[in-house]
Design a protein around this ligand. Structure first.
Ligand code: MLT
Length: 408
């Protein structure tokens, strides 16, 4: 008799965004004429930058000739891309990350979900609440938690991110080995200051703990002085892994490319207390389970760092940030307290009530899709997340509809 991994039975039957997609589909089917505006999942709507398209087209042509055709690439990613990442994302900000420490992948979701495989079954884990569900669900699947009760899994340490702490929690006071952080934050849109991240790095070094730092939204940071990388904090190389993504930076949600930084010298320990290099373990894991991101995609990602590519992608991010500003101002003028939307594509709106009910209301009355805060954790209840990824026309139309519905 084939037995299932019963840890899967502990998690909700469907992933948050799958559940939302089901509800939206059901609504559309019973209201075929409804013109639904999607400000729910953070999926980009603007096309890839012309420089990216040009580079990918050239790479496709290379693949059409035997002289330039490429088969399997290096599992860690092509050197041409890793060198550009090292130079433009890190050296340009005064941070040392060598190409050998960069692992190119098909996106940050997979990497943030897979990285936990490197750790023992009993590591003690802290997650902020609300939180991107991938960090929690993948640890539940791996058997590191108990069952869910009142919206929380036994065994996990939850760090409330609330209006009181500006949605940036302090390091845990309980013993923890592994902590997930995401800044600019998904879902709250909050950013962490250098001082706040220093506190985290000090904690991790003191506790011999590890921070998994998700920086997928760093390209949206506009406030001067806000760190774009955890490695801007002295000492972080010895206690943090960083995840980056081209999805939101350059519109690659469907194209798929991201990367993970595992610094040389970053260690975890065996049960006997012997140090093990995490970079070697991640290399072993990736070479066994992953065959690299496609050559064509990596050439596209490389073009993001060209002069034209950088200017074009920045322009698109500025466009989404302007969407965010419009939504933020509209909701604020209606009396809602809104966080995020200045250094992030997400707005976190205090709706002072049941977030799934509010989600349903906006879907039904305004045909606008949002994300209920409760889907990100117990402390997300009372909020909805609005994403700024859409056309200007749709954002303006959504604001008009929301104003009408919420004025009632
Ligand atoms: C979100 O809406 O939270 C993101 O699109 C999720 C993701 O990047 O996987």
């Amino acid at each position: 008799m084939i037995q299932v991994n019963e840890n899967y039975l502990k998690i909700q039957a469907s992933y948050l965004f799958t559940e939302i997609a089901h509800r939206v589909k059901a609504f559309q089917e019973s209201n075929p004429g409804a013109k639904i505006i999607r400000l729910g999942i953070g999926d980009v709507t603007e096309p890839l930058a012309p420089a990216v398209i040009k580079a990918m087209s050239a790479a496709v042509r290379e693949q059409s000739k035997s002289a330039t055709f490429r088969g399997y690439g290096p599992e860690q990613g092509y050197a041409f891309l890793r060198e550009k990442i090292s130079e433009c994302d890190f050296a340009a900000r005064g941070v040392k990350v060598s190409p050998a420490e960069i692992f190119v992948s098909d996106g940050a979701k997979c990497d943030t979900g897979n990285f936990q495989e490197l750790f023992g079954p009993r590591v003690r884990i802290a997650v902020p609440d609300p939180v991107y569900p991938v960090y929690v669900d993948t640890n539940v699947m791996a058997g590191r938690t108990g069952v869910q009760k009142n919206g929380r899994y036994g065994g996990l340490v939850y760090l409330d991110s609330t209006a009181e702490n500006g949605f940036v929690p302090d390091p845990p006071s309980k013993p923890v080995d592994l902590a997930y952080l995401c800044f600019p934050n998904n879902p709250t849109g909050a950013v962490a200051t250098k001082k706040q991240l220093e506190k985290w790095v000090d904690w991790a070094r003191r506790e011999k703990a590890l921070i998994l730092f998700d920086a997928a939204y760093e390209a949206f940071i506009r406030t001067p002085g806000i760190p774009h990388s955890i490695y801007e904090i002295p000492g972080a190389r010895s206690c943090a892994v960083e995840f980056r993504s081209f999805s939101k930076t350059a519109g690659f949600t469907g194209t798929r490319c991201g990367y993970t930084v595992v610094p040389e010298g970053l260690k975890a320990w065996t049960s006997k207390g012997e140090p093990v290099e995490l970079r070697q373990l991640w290399m072993r894991r990736q070479t066994t389970k992953f065959n690299g991101c496609s050559y064509v995609t990596q050439r596209g990602a490389e073009a993001v760092y060209s002069k034209e590519g950088a200017a074009q992608t920045k322009k698109t991010i500025d466009f989404y940030l302007e969407n965010a500003r419009l939504v933020r101002e509209a909701l604020s003028s209606m009396g809602y307290t809104v966080t995020g939307g200045t250094d992030s594509p997400y707005l976190w709106v205090d709706v002072k009530g049941d977030s799934w009910k509010f989600f349903d209301l906006l879907l039904r009355e305004a045909q606008v899709v949002t994300t209920p805060g409760a889907g990100f954790g117990r402390a997300g209840e009372g909020y909805i997340r609005i994403s700024a990824f859409n056309s200007r026309a749709n954002v303006k139309e959504a604001i008009a509809r929301l104003s009408k519905v919420l004025a009632r």
